[in-house]
Design a binder for this molecule. Structure first.
Ligand code: KG4
Ligand code: ZN
Length: 338
């Protein structure tokens, strides 16, 4: 059983074909780096137009690389939200057209559910599991009990972690895309040079807050005289920011593990997902945290942490197997909590 998955909710135009026996037959991602770089961040209208321009080619390539025809598909899945609405509309309309022409079931997938279920595609993780979902728009701790069944333990009360990475990077002149650029810069940096806050540390709940950390980075940067804003200062500030983020995540995750233990059977893993989960420093820190708590960490390959079509195809497949599908009157949802 093959499903085509389409993703256009932010700045990647992506399509993939995935089978129910967990093979990724194709996985085409076209990032809009050149389109957004001059603006230092994602411009929604520019993103929507770029999706419109390339989506047909991306889908055609995904189908060709998979060696399959539309008529052989079991369904078409697409990100139905949350995300930048112009891009979501482009993807949804394309998927609806394919489904209508080839009489295929249509599945509107919640983008967050795509991230949340990726570890089941890559690592065959069974339910339930504890999930740390960190992307450009979200930072949440969830218990995943099943497809469509999520208990939210905590969320950010202000900025998402990816957003904080992007803003910190932009401020230091690292440009767009910010998260990976900041990680690269931090490789040569001293994480102890700048004393940055660790918001929410020690709080009894499982929530996050990153806006204070972002402001502290801004102040630290502005306090440096112009001549001191050297590549080494950038590296040190990037490393200090990343270390603060890692400390906050570690503290919040330990809280969530303790809550999870009260209601989950023994031996269930911690799973990470979303673009920020591609960060190596955070991955290794979370692996240590999990190990310290006697838990295993499941981290999908980097390519499947950032936005892609395979995760949408897989979430669609999981829903299809439960007998679920959506009508062609589905309306794209800019906001859509899990
Ligand atoms: O999941 P994703 O690709 O798109 C959304 O659903 O938002 O996540 C994108 C976010 C961006 O904020 C990006 O800067 C961040 O993930 N990101 C990273 C890294 N790679 C992507 N943040 C830190 N380190 C990375 N290596
Ligand atoms: Zn995403």
């Amino acid at each position: 059983m093959l499903v085509l998955g389409i993703e256009t909710s932010c700045d990647e135009t992506a399509a993939a074909v995935v089978s129910d026996d967990r093979r990724i037959l194709s996985d085409v991602v076209r990032a809009q780096i050149e389109e957004h770089r001059p603006w230092g961040g994602v411009v929604p209208e520019v993103a929507a137009r770029a999706h419109l321009q390339v989506l047909d080619h991306v889908v055609a390539r995904a189908m060709a690389e998979a060696g399959t025809e539309f008529s052989q598909l079991a369904a078409v899945a697409v990100t139905g939200g949350p995300g930048l609405i112009g891009g979501v509309i482009v993807g949804v309309m394309t998927a609806k057209a394919i489904a209508a022409v080839h009489s295929l079931p249509f599945l509107a997938v919640n983008h967050l559910e795509g991230h949340a279920l990726t570890a089941r595609l890559t690592d065959r993780v069974a339910f339930p599991y504890l999930l740390l979902l960190m992307s450009g728009g979200h930072c949440q701790l969830l218990i995943v009990d099943g497809v469509g069944r999520y208990q939210r333990l905590g969320t950010t009360i202000d900025d998402a972690l990816g957003e904080a990475f992007d803003k910190a990077a932009k401020l230091m002149g690292l440009g767009y895309p910010g998260g990976p650029a900041l990680e690269q810069a931090a490789l040569r940096g001293d994480p102890r040079r700048f004393a940055l806050p660790r918001p929410m540390l020690g709080r009894p709940d499982c929530h996050f807050s990153f806006s204070g950390l972002k402001t502290a980075v801004k102040l630290a940067w502005e306090r440096l005289p112009a001549e001191a804003r050297s590549p080494q200062a950038v590296a040190d500030l990037a490393a200090s920011f990343q270390a603060a983020a890692a400390d906050v995540l570690a503290d919040r995750v330990v809280r969530a593990i303790h809550r999870f233990r009260q209601c989950a059977p023994e031996g269930r893993p911690l799973v990470i997902a979303g673009g920020v989960a591609a960060n190596q420093v955070l991955r290794s820190r979370l692996a240590r945290v999990a190990e310290g708590e006697g838990m295993s960490l499941v981290a999908p390959p980097l390519r499947l942490c950032t936005d892609n079509g395979a995760m949408i195809a897989w979430a669609g497949l999981e829903r299809l197997q439960l007998g679920l599908s959506d009508g062609l009157d589905f309306a794209p949802r800019p906001r859509w909590p899990l």
